[in-house]
Design a protein around this ligand. Sequence first.
Ligand SMILES: *[C@@H]1O[C@H](CO)[C@@H](O)[C@H](O)[C@H]1NC(C)=O
Ligand SMILES: *[C@@H]1O[C@H](CO)[C@@H](O)[C@H](O)[C@H]1NC(C)=O
Ligand SMILES: *[C@@H]1O[C@H](CO)[C@@H](O)[C@H](O)[C@H]1NC(C)=O
Ligand SMILES: *[C@@H]1O[C@H](CO)[C@@H](O)[C@H](O)[C@H]1NC(C)=O
Ligand SMILES: *[C@@H]1O[C@H](CO)[C@@H](O)[C@H](O)[C@H]1NC(C)=O
Ligand SMILES: *[C@@H]1O[C@H](CO)[C@@H](O)[C@H](O)[C@H]1NC(C)=O
Ligand SMILES: *[C@@H]1O[C@H](CO)[C@@H](O)[C@H](O)[C@H]1NC(C)=O
Ligand SMILES: *[C@@H]1O[C@H](CO)[C@@H](O)[C@H](O)[C@H]1NC(C)=O
Length: 569
Amino acid sequence: MCKTQCLLAFLAISVDLINCWDIAITTGDQLEFYTNKTRTNDEGVRFRELTALAHDAVHHMMLFVDKQNDNASIFSYNLLTKKYQPLVGKRSSENIQGLTIDPVSGKMFWTDTNERSIYWISLWPRSKNIYGYLLIKMDDEIPRDIAVDSCRGYIYWTNTNISKPTIERARFDGSERTTIVDTDIHMPVSIAIDQRTKRLYWADDKEGIHYSIESSDLDGKNRQQMLTGTYHQPNSLTVTKDSIYWVDWGFRSVWKLSKNATNADPEEFVQFNNEVPFGIAANYKIADQTENVDECKILANLTQNNTAVNDSIRIPKDVGLFCLHGVKTGQLECKCSAGYTGDRCEISVCQNFCLNGDCSASSDGQPTCKCRRGFSGTRCEASVCYSHCLNDGECTVSEAGTPECKCAHDFEGDRCETPKLIPTTTIAPPVEACNCSAFTSESKSRDIFVDSDLCSTGWDTVRDPILMVLGTITGLLCLVCALLVTKILQLKKRPRIKRRIIVNKNVTPLTARPDQCEITIENCCNMNICETPCFEPRNAIRPTLGDAKPGKEEKRNLIANMESQDDIY
Ligand SMILES: *[C@@H]1O[C@H](CO)[C@@H](O)[C@H](O)[C@H]1NC(C)=O
Ligand SMILES: *[C@@H]1O[C@H](CO)[C@@H](O)[C@H](O)[C@H]1NC(C)=O
Ligand SMILES: *[C@@H]1O[C@H](CO)[C@@H](O)[C@H](O)[C@H]1NC(C)=O
Ligand SMILES: *[C@@H]1O[C@H](CO)[C@@H](O)[C@H](O)[C@H]1NC(C)=O
Ligand SMILES: *[C@@H]1O[C@H](CO)[C@@H](O)[C@H](O)[C@H]1NC(C)=O
Ligand SMILES: *[C@@H]1O[C@H](CO)[C@@H](O)[C@H](O)[C@H]1NC(C)=O
Ligand SMILES: *[C@@H]1O[C@H](CO)[C@@H](O)[C@H](O)[C@H]1NC(C)=O
Ligand SMILES: *[C@@H]1O[C@H](CO)[C@@H](O)[C@H](O)[C@H]1NC(C)=O
């Protein structure tokens, strides 16, 4: 079958085997073609982020969505002329998930999940409106994929409103809208129509890890579960003469399952490594599709015409050649505004520039970073904590942005660089940890601290002088103490009498009048007896003025007096 196709290709203007492909896949910025599991052609047609894909088998055209294009969203790629053209202008908030074309009427349909709408545009004759026309606007439903039945004139779409998912269909003008599947369905992500078997095929992504591939008649009856499994995350699905293929985001693969299969395992068709595949289309020939299908006569007859699409399809040539952040200076040239670069000015100089901070472009177009607390460097790439705390110390960033260490148990210092002084009774490090000949002979590159710790020669430049000084001070202090103690012992003990006495024997302290003096004997002993201010109360002195008792005796009497009263007080 490939040979006949290639023969046609040879007969056509372009001597190229572009039609010799089975499956086309959009992945990243590439539209890839596969034959028998191997990639046959890298067109080098680079876009930005290709998503939905459709194939017009009558006119040998691929139709696809580039999500990141500025003012065009849907493009065509002519397999015969290898030309690509923008078809539809971009709406600001669109999210196109499904795309299909009816080769008979020349109408293209697509779903927009953000707008919850289905749009259409006529490619031949070309519609004047480059943005397309609204066909159906929905309230609760979220349209996802769309397929067209060219033979009977219906569009089919899946609705992925989780609380009420459905598969619906309507006429090309939006009339006769009906729900054909609404039971036992979870998230129908993709749908395809096979004219040959007159059946619908869809992929249902159930509750995360489960999925199923199902089919039904075109009116939703005679449902059949072709495959159920886990861990696939199906996206787009397409049918060929005998198989079904789907894109799986779970394994980043494309899987293949025979249409006849009942409970057979799917076969991995191709695996992707870096890019995630999105859209898939099969080279399902019209002749194979319409064989023995009466309703498809018109479609079948189309291929008997010369079906090379005339480039006179009035497509706005300028759409899609754009400058995202800049001005167009030529057909394919942009002059970027400050802070942007790339051939379409799509790359901000700030992109991935500041690692830990906010980026802004300066007036001369250079990126500048405002680092978050605790980071520095032109790209905020350096953490102030990096290598700051030694010896397993925990680093935190203070309010002021400076690093602070919380040291591990045996260390101290601003950077935990000093080992704590530990009692000398600690066990010596194991012998095998200390190979001093190894330390002295080799590796100065090794961490000095670890080396000096492990291979100590008995002298530590920090610890040992401190120990010596402390020892000396302690010795001196002991000596001073001993001297002082002996000195004190030599001093004669003086009697220490702490007794308060009333000088006048006849009055108690309570009845003492101000002219009667009260002293403590301790004070008295330290005084010259003659100075004692109140040795003899005035009234007591006056009568004995004549008799001159010597002061010494007076004092002795006083003490004797006091000692005899010990028991009273
Ligand atoms: C396609 O693959 C089959 C089996 O994998 C192989 O027998 C056949 O030769 C291949 N055809 C081409 C054209 O590579
Ligand atoms: C899903 O449909 C229900 C009604 O069928 C509606 O109430 C709900 O808002 C819809 N959910 C979303 C996300 O639109
Ligand atoms: C699938 O089944 C049909 C008949 O039901 C048969 O003609 C066809 O050869 C089968 N295809 C495969 C690949 O088994
Ligand atoms: C299709 O073409 C055949 C001849 O090639 C013709 O007999 C038939 O009437 C055409 N059918 C339609 C629906 O145009
Ligand atoms: C070719 O297509 C046109 C309309 O698209 C139709 O009028 C014409 O009859 C077709 N020619 C053949 C040979 O089928
Ligand atoms: C393409 O269309 C133009 C005018 O629309 C016409 O002159 C030309 O013959 C057409 N070419 C083909 C191959 O049909
Ligand atoms: C595409 O966008 C550029 C500006 O980005 C604008 O000048 C140009 O007119 C747009 N083209 C169309 C067809 O809207
Ligand atoms: C110590 O290191 C030297 C030189 O690296 C080595 O030859 C010797 O075997 C080591 N001794 C021990 C006990 O590991």
